[in-house]
Design a protein around this ligand. Structure first.
Ligand SMILES: [Zn+2]
Ligand SMILES: [Zn+2]
Length: 138
């Protein structure tokens, strides 16, 4: 587990995460690409996350099971939060000093458009595989 601080571009919001999984996931789903304009490089940070400047955070209720948070001043995407577990997925790029990261998994590989492809050797899961995998926990 890694520990690090993140912040938005304008500095109004700061995030401290102490249980960061160094093996991170890239999500190619339509929702993630629509939100950020690109695949979501998401590090799993668990629920033990503290947010400074939380009053600046705007929440977008993206689905029954998760919501997205972004800075209301500068628009930086801050997190994707799962409602049931309270776990946060945070964009890897907003952390200042994360070392030892490994791109481990690509989700929704069947929704990845054909205009890009990463050369990293990773595991991949299609939508059908993801639904089957998480069916028990939802
Ligand atoms: Zn900001
Ligand atoms: Zn996604």
């Amino acid at each position: 587990m890694l520990k690090s601080k993140a912040s938005c571009l304008c500095g109004a919001v700061g995030i401290t995460a102490t249980e960061i999984n160094p093996k991170f996931t890239v999500c190619h789903c339509d929702s993630c690409r629509g939100w950020g304009g690109a695949p979501f490089f998401a590090v799993q940070c668990g629920s033990n996350v503290s947010i400074d400047g939380a009053e600046k955070v705007k929440i977008y209720d993206s689905s029954d099971w998760a919501s997205g948070g972004f800075c209301g001043d500068c628009g930086t995407h801050l997190f994707f939060k799962f409602k049931q577990s309270g776990d946060y997925n945070i964009p890897v790029g907003i952390f200042q000093d994360l070392n030892g990261l490994e791109m481990d998994m690509q989700y929704f590989s069947d929704q990845r458009p054909d205009y890009y492809c990463f050369s990293n050797q990773t595991k991949e899961m299609t939508k059908a595989e993801i639904m089957a995998h998480f069916a028990e926990s939802i």
